[in-house]
Design a binder for this molecule. Sequence first.
Ligand code: F3S
Length: 426
Amino acid sequence: MLLTDDDKAMRDGRDGEAVAAAMDLLIRYGNGLDAERLCSVRNVAGTSTQPTPAKEKIAAEGGWNKAYAVINLDCDDDIEIPKMRVPTCQLQHGFSADALNVTPYNPHLVELQAEAESFASDRGINILATCTPYQVGNLPVRGEHIAWMESSAVVYANSVIGAKSNCEGTASTGAAGLTGRVPYWGNHLDENRHGTHLIRSEVPVESFQDWGLFGYFTGEVVQEERPVLTGRLGLPSQADLKHLGAALATTGGVEIFHLPGVTPEAPTIKAAFGPGRVPEPVMFTEADRREAYELLNSQGDTEDVDFVLLGCPHASLEQLGEIAGLLDGRRLHPGTELWIMTPRALRAVADRNGYTEIIERAGGKLLTDSCPAMSRTAPEGTRVFATDSAKQAHYLPAILGIEAWFGTTAECVQAAVTGRWKGELA
Ligand code: F3S
């Protein structure tokens, strides 16, 4: 792999042992991928604070420098981790202290995460603590090379913002933050970003639920490839695009989609395919839509709902306003809990706007930093949950061994208020 003089100087220890270890990791990673070189990034979104048993053991034996070295740099040496070289943020992680006594999350993990957070903040890592960094101040520009992990954030960055990222990992983002470099391969190259499949919807795709179902179907069809979406599509909101991308990255490994007129580098279907030929479309029919819906509801059996989860990916202010409107003046069913996940920075606005008060007056909880899938936590005794998120409906039954219902936001709020599931596909 071609290295610049700056890369070589970092590798050879000019900037200290940790940066040398980071560069060593990136060179090994790049060589493994057959990347011809590295490229510069000035925006990294990774994770170094999520509490895990392995991290706890390493930190107990060798401190947090050691934990970062082993987990984020694949390095066993005793090295000091300096400040990040480029702007770096922490994505979602476990719950924090304000969730104690509100969720059954283990207090020991809260303490462990607080220690990791303090170590990371001292090194310049911004604790955004969300899977949607683009909602809270981390907004790359079109064409910018970035190094992000979290599948739903990467697909949003590539497809809606027009930035360029692969789905990075804990170690590659750990090294990218310290060097400002990442292997130049995959989605960083324009020729790898063009569409591969044309997916045409025969049915109107307009609501938040529609976009999730369309994404859930399309991810299954294209797997790791790059769909170009067309047909009877309305103009999606930011929340719709979050839901679409998260669903595409759930049934498939989609890292970029093209929505002509929305995706910055795809003003038209033809442009989305670049120099390639526009293929015959795969149709998304009413039968496909129903099949996706039924698949998402195939893990629901009992109509009594113990738990309702909204905000996956983390809810926008627009969504919080909608939920508050649906809950205003109502009370949750005594046996049902409602959790709504949002970034901490948006929670501050929701507090100020009165959304939090309405949600809490109804008996709901507005939570930050994490989610049930990430924290592996749900209200005690949950057997049946309902959600408006295709991603959470897909994963949570396997993670927590519970039943799932998938429906609209309004149906989920209704289930929280009545304790009963009454969903149907409109
Ligand atoms: Fe975010 Fe958790 Fe969903 S991290 S995308 S809310 S599974």
